[in-house]
Structures are given as structure tokens and as C-alpha cells.
Design a protein around this ligand. Structure first.
Ligand SMILES: Cc1cc2nc3c(=O)[nH]c(=O)nc-3n(C[C@H](O)[C@H](O)[C@H](O)COP(=O)(O)O)c2cc1C
Length: 347
């Protein structure tokens, strides 16, 4: 089935403007998920063997999730769950709505099976996301909510801005991803620095600790980190007990033709794979199984998903692979894991 997407549908879609296609996909998914028979049909054609895993106290039906940024307003989650994902990470949500960067801001690097985006957290804001998600719950898979910072909020105000977003979204997520690694919000990635990260996450962890249900946190890191920032993020994760997601998109253009150097934004997809895997491997060596890890960056098939699981990821996430390989990607990955007799390691 994936073959049909790659041979026909992708050709058609790639003739159109990338952001237009994305918006149309989300709109169609929103409409389709209201029709139960359609959801059931999608579930049927994408069905694969389950690989139940428990990570951070949450039961996942398989370790392959949707990465943040695909469903920024948490509006198409029921349809997306039907594609076979073990979990969905929705958002990134900011407290107040914001339009994001000027268009064009999303580019396909077809030859490289990659994407450059400088969306800039375009989203309808936390209240809107919460309302959308409330209507869709309960969902058949766990949901993570990625939280970020409004572009017009100063770095001093950042911890408060994240915390307020978390408070609005808290009841609706199974876990929270703290996004400090998007290259498209000015200075966001400076939050990786040891003390800055502590000041950012402590209030959120304290808030969660005071709630009836204490939910787990993950911090999503950049692939372009200096060694010392990676070490301090890993040390803080172990100290505080939050997980890490390695990685977000890269600002490096080393793995793509020089032509793309003039395109600002984060690079994802195949050319990100090696860099992202290197950071995942280093992170796994630093945390030594003491906190959960997710791997994101350059997964395009079963082999590239399995290599992240073997590098120490408990869960993996896909975004660009979905664009290039289509809606049967999760099924293809799970079938590969089955062929390779993969079983979740006992950690
Ligand atoms: C168009 C686009 C938008 C994205 N938006 C977000 C976002 O809002 N928050 C986030 O944490 N990551 C975002 N990402 C990064 C992805 O979640 C993922 O970590 C990254 O693309 C690497 O995975 P991939 O190679 O499978 O795409 C975005 C990626 C793309 C391509």
C-alpha cells in the first residue's frame, strides 16, 4: 500500500505548495475523524502487530509515535491515531495564539528526502488546543503535548509562559514535551544551558507534583548542542527524573547541497539521521537507562526506526518520513520489527 502512495499520491501532492498540502491534510483528517466508519476503515488497513511497551509509567501499544509539529492545534488526533501510531505528540502549543513566521516557511528537499521549516510555532493558542482535544478525548493512544514559548515573550518571562501553557493543557495530555529546541524562535535554544533549564522545568515539575495525577515530562533537545549543554541537560534529567527527546531539527546544512544554506530554518528527514543518532547515542550513554529516551530525526523505514531503538531509545517519533513514505509508514515499521523479532528490552 505504501508503494501506491509513493508512486502516485506523493507525485500529485508534491506538485502543490507544501504548507497548502499540510493544511488540507489536517482539514481532511478533521472531517474524516467525525465519521466512525472511516476511522474504522483506516484502522483496518493500517493494522499491524502490537508491541506493547511501558515507558515513564504509560502503556503504549507500540513504540512508534507521531512527532510534534504535525498537528499543532490538537485537532486531528483521532484520525492520526488510526494510522497505527503508538502515541501522538501534539503541538507545539503556546499560551497565546500566534501566526508564526511569514510565508513561505516550509520547503521540500525532494532529492534528499528532507524538509526545511521555519514555521515559528504558528498555532491557535493553548485554550483553543485544549478545547479541540477535550472534544476528541478519550483517544485510543496516549497523547503527549508539546509546549513552547510565545515569540513576543522575553527570555526572562519564558518559565512563566511555559508554566501557564502547561496549566491550560495539563488535564489533556498523558505526558508533556518541553520544547526548547526549535531553531525558529529567537534564543529558544539558549534554554539548554544548565541553570536556565533548571529554572524552566522546576516550576513545571512542581506544578505537576501538586496535581491529583503526576504526569511525566520530556525535554526535547537540539542536535546542534555543545557537549557541555548536552551533559548538563542529561544530568538535570537524571536528577529531576524527566525524559529526553533527541532530537529536534538541525540548523546545520552539512548533509545537504550548498544551495540550501540560504534557506533559514530547521532541517529534518534523511540528512538529519546521522547527526540525530549521534546525539541519541551520547545521551543514552550519559543517562544510562535512568530516565526514558525518545528518538526523533530521520526515520524513514523499519531499519532506521530499529537503529534508534538499538541506540537506547525507548520510543521513536516520525514526521518527515510520513510526508515522504506516506500513511502506511507505521505499519511498515512495525512489520519490519516483527520480521526482525524485535522485543522491547527489559530496562
Ligand atoms: C514542518 C515541521 C514542523 C515542526 N514543528 C515542530 C514543533 O512545533 N515542535 C517540535 O517539537 N518539533 C517540531 N518539528 C520537528 C519534528 O517534531 C521532528 O523532531 C523533526 O522533524 C525530526 O524528525 P523527522 O526527521 O522524522 O522529521 C517540526 C518538523 C517539521 C518538518
Amino acid at each position: 500500500m505504501g508503494f501506491l502512495y509513493r508512486k502516485f499520491v506523493r507525485k500529485l501532492l508534491f506538485n502543490l505548495n507544501p504548507e497548502l498540502v499540510h493544511d488540507a491534510v489536517i482539514k481532511s483528517a478533521r472531517a474524516a475523524q467525525r465519521v466512525e466508519i472511516l476511522n474504522a476503515l483506516v484502522r483496518l488497513v493500517t493494522k499491524a502487530k502490537d508491541f506493547p511497551v511501558t515507558v515513564a509509567g504509560i502503556k503504549f501499544r507500540n513504540p512508534v509515535g507521531l512527532a510534534a509539529g504535525f498537528d499543532k492545534n490538537c485537532e486531528a488526533a483521532r484520525f492520526l491515531a488510526g494510522l497505527g501510531f503508538g502515541f501522538l505528540e501534539l503541538g507545539t502549543v503556546t499560551l497565546r495564539p500566534q501566526p508564526g513566521n511569514p510565508k513561505p516557511r516550509l520547503f521540500r528537499l525532494r532529492e534528499d528526502k528532507a524538509i526545511i521549516n521555519r514555521m515559528g510555532f504558528n498555532n491557535a493558542g493553548a485554550w483553543d488546543a485544549a478545547r479541540s482535544l477535550e472534544k476528541l478525548l478519550p483517544l485510543p493512544v496516549p497523547v503527549g503535548i508539546s509546549v513552547g514559548k510565545n515569540a513576543d515573550c522575553s527570555m526572562e518571562e519564558a518559565p512563566k509562559n511555559y508554566l501557564e501553557t502547561l496549566k491550560v493543557m495539563y488535564d489533556f495530555g498523558d505526558y508533556f514535551a518541553v520544547n526548547i529546541s526549535s531553531p525558529n524562535t529567537l534564543q529558544l535554544r539558549s534554554l539548554h544551558g544548565g541553570e536556565k533549564l533548571r529554572r524552566l522545568v522546576e516550576p513545571m515539575l512542581d506544578f505537576a507534583a501538586g496535581q491529583k495525577k503526576v504526569k511525566p515530562f520530556f525535554v526535547k533537545i537540539a542536535p546542534d548542542l555543545e557537549e557541555k549543554d548536552l551533559e548538563s541537560a542529561a544530568a538535570l534529567a537524571v536528577e529531576k527524573g524527566f525524559g529526553l527527546i533527541a532530537t529536534n531539527t538541525t540548523v546545520s546544512r552539512d548533509a545537504v547541497p550548498a544551495y540550501w544554506r540560504s534557506y533559514e530554518g530547521g532541517l529534518s528527514g534523511k540528512p538529519l539521521r546521522e547527526l540525530s543518532n549521534a546525539v541519541l547515542g551520547k545521551t543514552a550513554a550519559l543517562v544510562k537507562g535512568r530516565v526514558p529516551l525518545m528518538g526523533s530525526g530521520g526515520i524513514s523505514d523499519g531499519k532506521t526506526a530499529l537503529e534508534k531503538l538499538q541506540l537506547g531509545a525507548d520510543l521513536v517519533q516520525v514526521y518527515s518520513g510520513l510526508v515522504y513514505e506516506g500513511p502506511f509508514l507505521v505499519k511498515e515499521i512495525l512489520e519490519y520489527l516483527e520480521r526482525r523479532h524485535w522485543a522491547p528490552p527489559r530496562r
